[in-house]
Design a protein around this ligand. Structure first.
Ligand SMILES: Nc1ncnc2c1ncn2[C@@H]1O[C@H](COP(=O)(O)OP(=O)(O)OP(=O)(O)O)[C@@H](O)[C@H]1O
Length: 225
C-alpha cells in the first residue's frame, strides 16, 4: 500500500508555477529524502502533501491525515509536555498514549515538564512524539534536524530510523544535507524545476554522495574530506 500517491501535481503562486506535473509514490515504511537547490519547491511540495496549502492541479492520494515535523519544534510553551503531545486528544487514553510516545523518544518521566526546560534536541523529540502518537501513514519532515548540533543530529538519525521501523509510516524528509539523506533514507529524490529530476536507491549505491553533490551543482573540490 502507498503512504502517498501523487499524480500530475501542480502548484503555483500567482502566475509563478513552482511545481508542475510532479509524480511521486512513497510506500508504507519507506523513508524518502528530498534534496534540491534552495527555492526549487521542496517546502511547497511538503505543504501540499500535508494539506496545508491548496493545489492547483493533479491528485494527491494519502490515507489518513499526514503528520508534519518542522525545523522549529512549535511546542506550546504554556502546556506541559504530555499535553503538547496529546494536543486535541486530552483524554485519559490520550494522556496514556502521550506518555508512551514520550518514553519512545527517550523522555520517560518528563510528561509534566515544560517546553522551556528542554534542549533543542529534546524539543524535537517531543515534536516527533506529537507526530507519531497519531499513527500517521505519512510523516512529513521539513528539515527537523537542521538547527541541531552535529552529535545531537546523529542521535536523532538513529532515533527516527528506529521509530519509522516500528511504526512504518511512509516518510518524506526535506533536507539540505546530502550526508543526512544518505545516512537515513532508503531512497533519495532530487527536485529540480518543479519536478522530481532523479531518484536513487541508497542501499548498494556506491559513490552516491558524489553523484548527489553533482546533481545539486556542487563541484567536487568543495567536498568535505
Ligand atoms: N507564499 C509564497 N508566495 C509566493 N511565492 C512563494 C511562496 N512560497 C514560496 N514561494 C516561491 O516558490 C519557490 C519555491 O519555494 P520553496 O520554499 O518551496 O523552496 P525550497 O526548495 O523549500 O527552498 P529552501 O531549500 O530554500 O527552503 C521559491 O521561488 C519561492 O520564492
Amino acid at each position: 500500500m502507498s503512504a502517498v500517491f501523487v499524480r500530475g501535481l501542480r502548484r503555483q503562486y500567482g502566475d509563478r508555477v513552482v511545481i508542475e506535473n510532479l509524480d511521486l509514490r512513497i510506500g508504507e515504511g519507506e523513508f524518502v529524502a528530498l534534496l534540491g537547490e534552495s527555492g526549487c519547491g521542496k517546502t511547497t511540495l511538503l505543504r501540499a502533501l500535508a494539506g496545508l496549502d491548496p493545489i492547483d492541479g493533479g491528485h494527491i492520494d494519502a490515507p489518513g491525515k499526514p503528520a508534519v515535523v518542522f525545523q522549529e519544534h512549535r511546542l506550546l510553551p504554556w502546556t506541559p509536555l504530555w499535553q503538547n503531545v496529546a494536543l486535541g486528544m486530552e483524554t485519559p487514553e490520550g494522556r496514556k498514549a502521550a506518555i508512551a510516545a514520550l518514553r519512545e523518544v527517550g523522555l520517560a518521566g518528563r510528561e509534566e515538564d515544560w517546553p522551556r526546560n528542554l534542549s533543542g534536541g529534546q524539543a524535537q523529540r517531543v515534536a516527533l512524539a506529537r507526530a507519531l502518537v497519531r499513527e500517521p501513514k505519512l510523516l512529513l519532515l521539513d528539515e527537523p534536524f537542521a538547527a541541531l548540533d552535529a552529535l545531537t543530529r546523529i542521535k536523532m538519525h538513529v532515533l527516527i530510523r528506529e521509530l519509522v521501523a516500528r511504526h512504518r509510516p511512509g516518510v518524506l524528509l526535506v533536507t539540505h544535507d546530502v550526508d543526512e539523506a544518505v545516512a537515513i533514507a532508503d531512497r533519495i529524490l532530487v527536485m529540480r524545476e518543479g519536478r522530481i529530476a532523479a531518484s536513487y536507491q541508497v542501499e548498494g549505491s556506491t559513490g552516491l554522495r558524489d553523484t548527489l553533490l553533482q546533481e545539486l551543482g556542487v563541484e567536487s573540490d568543495t567536498r568535505a574530506a
